[in-house]
Design a protein around this ligand. Structure first.
Ligand code: TEU
Length: 550
């Protein structure tokens, strides 16, 4: 964050973030679950890749109903992952390598096992009653029609006190009441303690959900609308947590449903709210409004239109995060590319297009070696609460199980949650024990060891060069964006311009050769990076991408 300096000098415009999903990254003690020791053992992998920031998905104490996004103690590390002492070691080792460490901040909700909620539910007059959102039922049913992101109503009746509590996610994730100043005090104090400990910022889980009003329809879900107090809450957070020490920190708001205009407000330089948003528009185009499991054909023109709107909309104020995948999305090479014959080419094309946009790129663990979807075919293979609940709900309502399994195979969050494939050996070198979720069947071919030995077909090496470009060339970080050939169904072409410096990116988003429209590469300049070793200026080979600079 920058308090007084113009936005363009902020260090995170030149930074690349790497997301670790700790339970699937590396296991050091053989219990089958990734842990802090595993992360420490792989820090050189990340330093060699050249990333600037590591974001850890939650490692706090948690019953793990939603893999740590249900927190029962914000001030301690879950024994599954390690201890606070080991966390301090990890933080020191990250800093020694010149990288920063960002924590996941999950404060829209806690676990129902958090002492705050245990107290809150104990009686109607408990001092913490109003820390959560309690309502009377209406005509013997839920207070309103709001639905949970993980199937069913967003309200649960607590028999002990006869009222309903709100949970926008699982019943084990009750929503905190941010209107209560005591809740804000407690959250801000906790954040300050983590910053005092030395962490470098926060990725804030569904942070736009903390202010709730009326209803809106989101797909088949009826959700609260983002209330206007959201900006007050974030500005108060800035004043009470970040002010005075924000220049070295990074703050990222994960915000499902946020628009470009909202993002300009959340991240405008003078607004003192957040550094950047994590938005969802471009990953919502290939499924229907009605359900994220209802897959639509991929449409490159729509994707380009969406990403270009964000580039233009935040050109003069605000900042965006760039991603094609994370722990909630399918693997990007399986979803947008070709995870078979052209896996190397399409993985590197996706990386090039993403990293050459304006914004801060996020690499999700395993993407740097082109890991693919899990290939699960039976419901027993799935662990994710969203996938398991969805299957149970729609099959009970009469859906054909085989069809639902096909949808999950494409869409389930577990596709991104299988263990990172380190070696061709047993359990992909992830654990010496039995992994908590199955290793993807292609680990003998797709793994870090094999990829790094692949010479000019190493995806890791390609990412390394892309990251270095962002560090070296201001035009990559800050250049103005212009989309070319917006209606072309398979060509992704754009320029980035800063002063006399101009980059041209041309990518063939298909498995067929493509003749470049006349003039696109005229006066393109020198070849900067690309995923083929030989090229000509008039055609692109399958999934070929190329960047020129003049
Ligand atoms: O996700 C928020 C979110 O809205 C989605 O990405 C969500 O998981 C998915 O769309 C459901 O269809 C965040 C976390 O990233 C996710 O892992 C958590 O499950 C969720 O919040 C609750 O904390």
């Amino acid at each position: 964050m920058t308090e007084t300096a113009p936005e363009s000098t902020a260090w995170w415009t030149r930074a690349v973030v790497y997301q670790i999903y700790p339970r699937s990254f590396a296991d050091s003690n053989g219990d089958g679950v990734g842990d802090l020791g595993g992360i420490r053992s792989k820090l050189d992998h990340l330093a060699e890749l050249g990333v600037d920031v590591i974001w850890l998905s939650p490692i706090y104490r948690s019953p793990q109903a939603d893999n740590g996004y249900d927190i029962s103690d914000y001030e301690d590390i879950d024994p599954l992952f390690g201890t606070l002492a080991e966390f301090d070691l990890l933080l020191a080792e990250v800093h020694e390598r010149g990288m920063k460490l960002v924590m996941d901040l999950v404060v829209n909700h806690t676990s129902d096992e958090h002492p705050w909620f245990v107290e809150s539910r104990s009686s109607r007059d408990n001092p913490k009653r109003d820390w959560y959102i309690w309502r009377d039922g209406k005509d013997g049913a839920e207070p309103n029609g709001w639905t949970s992101a993980f199937s069913g109503p967003a309200w649960d009746l607590d028999p002990q006190t006869g009222q309903y509590y709100l949970h926008l996610f699982a019943a084990k994730q009750p929503d905190l009441n941010w209107q209560n100043p005591e809740v804000r005090d407690a959250v801000f104090a906790m954040m300050n303690r983590w910053l005092d400990r030395g962490v470098d910022g926060f990725r804030m889980d569904v942070i736009n959900f903390i202010a709730k009003t009326e209803s809106e329809l989101v797909g088949t879900s009826i959700r609260p609308t983002m209330g206007p107090q959201i900006h007050d809450y974030l500005q108060e957070m800035h004043r009470r947590v970040f002010a005075g020490r924000d220049a070295e920190l990074i703050t990222v708001g994960e915000m499902p449903g946020v628009t470009v205009d909202d993002a300009g407000l959340f991240t405008g330089a003078d607004r003192k709210e957040l550094d950047m948003v994590f938005q969802f528009e471009h990953v919502g185009l290939d499924h229907s409004e009605a359900s994220k499991f209802d897959n639509l054909p991929f449409d490159l023109v729509a994707l380009k239109r969406s990403l270009a709107r964000w580039q233009t909309g935040l050109a003069s104020t605000g900042w965006n995060s760039l991603y094609f995948g994370n722990h909630d999305q399918p693997r990007s090479v399986s979803r947008f590319g070709d995870d078979g014959r052209y896996r190397y080419e399409s993985a590197t094309l996706l990386a090039t297009i993403l990293h050459l946009h304006r914004g801060t790129p996020y690499i999700y663990q395993g993407d740097e070696i082109g890991m693919t979807n899990a290939g699960f075919t039976a419901i027993e293979q799935y662990e994710d609460i969203e996938s398991v609940n969805h299957y149970a709900e729609v099959v009970a309502a009469g859906a054909d199980p085989a069809t639902v399994l096909e949808q999950l195979a494409f869409r389930s969050r577990d596709n991104a949650r299988t263990p990172v494939q380190w070696t061709p050996g047993a359990e992909a070198g992830f654990t010496t024990g039995h992994p908590w979720i199955e290793v993807t069947g292609n680990a003998d071919r797709i793994n870090v060891e094999t990829d790094r030995a692949a010479g000019d077909r190493s995806i890791f090496d390609y990412y390394r060069r892309l990251i270095a470009l962002r560090h070296e060339l201001p035009v990559v970080a800050l250049g103005e964006f212009a989309l070319l050939e917006p209606e072309h169904p398979t060509l992704y072409a754009f320029t980035r311009t800063r002063g006399d410096d101009r980059l041209l990116v041309v990518g063939n988003w298909s498995g067929e050769p493509l003749d470049l429209p006349a003039g696109v590469t005229a006066d393109a300049g020198e070849h900067l990076i690309g995923n083929y070793t030989e090229w000509n200026d008039t055609t692109l080979e399958p999934w070929e991408v190329r960047v020129y600079r003049r």
